[in-house]
Design a protein around this ligand. Structure first.
Ligand code: DAH
Length: 369
């Protein structure tokens, strides 16, 4: 068992000797000077000015000296500390300046280097098409209307003349919100916005409604549970099917180019009477591929026409649901599928190319859209 240190133990106080201090100072100065970067300097700092450095130890020994000797030794220790700190600071300033200079050179950016002008992303073609079609109608004085994607059953079905027993409800496999009999659903089409627009504006009313719709379908090459429609509604005095036809022709030309006409084919929708499906004259062969001996047209499969959407004269029941007098006003409406339109426009076989948002597809289509 060792005895406690004698406070006057000469071995302990040796750290305070002039020779020892001078040796510590020389070693420290040499280390600071030898450091060639800031990491080495930091290591030298902790070795020679840190808690366990000889000068620090020497300083701790001061307390053990008698008062006279303490003052003398304290002065010497402080001189060494001051000299070392100054030398360390000088070395640090020099190395920092050298580092800054090197960073400026090594990390310089050459702003004159040529670069790829193609932007790395692109706006989705569906967005572009929606904006462009909205522009076409706004230019004719129509308004762009919106409605919620979570919709009331009454607006999505009943007010559109699709009662609970109607088979059209089954054709549009509905996603209901909890509770399933609560009358709230994800809208299956943009047609409920016809009513919302009429209720908000009254007649006359001219609106287009681009929007997202939902149906209970599995995602495959030709179906998606979420897709986009563009709805149009015009209600005014004296509107006829001829107005519908003219509007659809203009719309078709704006999307597919001059000379693309539409054809109306009788069909049935509960919210229009009469109702018609809208076909587009094929914008590739303009119908010529149906002639005997003509080359096969991939776009329309040589049928000359491509199915585009539904349309008709607004059913009086719908006008009444919205508080519009059907004896005074008539209206026409149409609804087209955006994905289908884009797919035929760009010859896409798989709807997932539009859904998944692969930036290579969307930029390529966006450029042409
Ligand atoms: N809402 C119909 C659907 O999703 C499309 C439609 C047909 C809209 C005829 C209309 C219309 O405005 O008049 O299948």
């Amino acid at each position: 068992m060792s005895a406690p240190n004698d406070p006057y133990d000469p071995k302990e106080v040796a750290a305070l000797s002039t020779d020892e201090l001078a040796a510590a100072q020389r070693a420290a100065l040499a280390a600071f000077e030898a450091a060639t970067d800031l990491d080495q300097l930091a290591a030298a700092h902790s070795a020679h000015l840190g808690n366990k450095a000889p000068v620090a130890l020497a300083r701790r020994e001061l307390g053990a000296l008698p008062p006279q000797a303490r003052a003398d030794a304290g002065r010497r220790v402080n001189e060494v500390l001051t000299a070392l700190t100054a030398s360390y600071e000088a070395a640090r300033t020099g190395l920092e300046a050298a580092r800054d200079e090197r960073v400026l050179i090594e990390e310089a950016v050459d702003v004159t280097l040529p670069w790829d002008m193609t932007p790395p992303g692109g706006r989705h073609p569906l967005t572009l098409v929606q904006e462009r079609t909205s522009d076409v109608f706004v230019a004719m004085g129509w308004e762009v209307a919106e409605g919620p994607e979570v919709e009331a059953e009454w607006l999505n079905f009943d007010a559109l003349n699709i009662p609970r027993s109607h088979s059209a409800r089954e054709a549009q496999d509905t996603l209901w919100l909890d509770p399933p009999d609560g009358g709230v659903l994800l809208r299956t089409h943009t047609s409920p916005v016809q009513l919302r627009a009429l209720l908000a504006r009254g007649a006359p009313c001219y609106v287009v409604v681009p929007g997202r719709v939902y149906r209970q379908e599995a995602l495959d090459a030709t179906h998606s549970p979420v897709f986009h429609q563009l709805e149009g509604l015009a209600v005014d005095e004296g509107l006829t099917m001829a107005d519908l036809r003219g509007t659809l022709d203009l719309f078709a030309e704006s999307m597919f180019g001059a000379g693309v006409r539409t054809r109306l084919r009788p069909d049935h929708y509960p919210f229009t009477e009469p109702s018609a499906d809208v076909d587009l004259l094929c914008w590739v062969c303009h119908g010529s591929s149906t002639e005997p001996g003509a080359e096969f047209c991939r776009t329309c499969r040589s049928e000359g026409w491509i199915e585009w959407g539904g349309s008709g004269m607004v059913h009086p029941v719908v006008l009444q649901s919205a508080g519009v007098d059907p004896d005074r006003y008539t209206g026409y409406a149409f609804g087209i599928g955006m994905e289908r339109t884009l797919m035929s426009r760009h010859d896409l076989a798989d709807i997932r190319d539009l859904v998944e948002g692969d930036v290579r597809v969307t930029t390529a289509l966006g450029r042409e859209a």
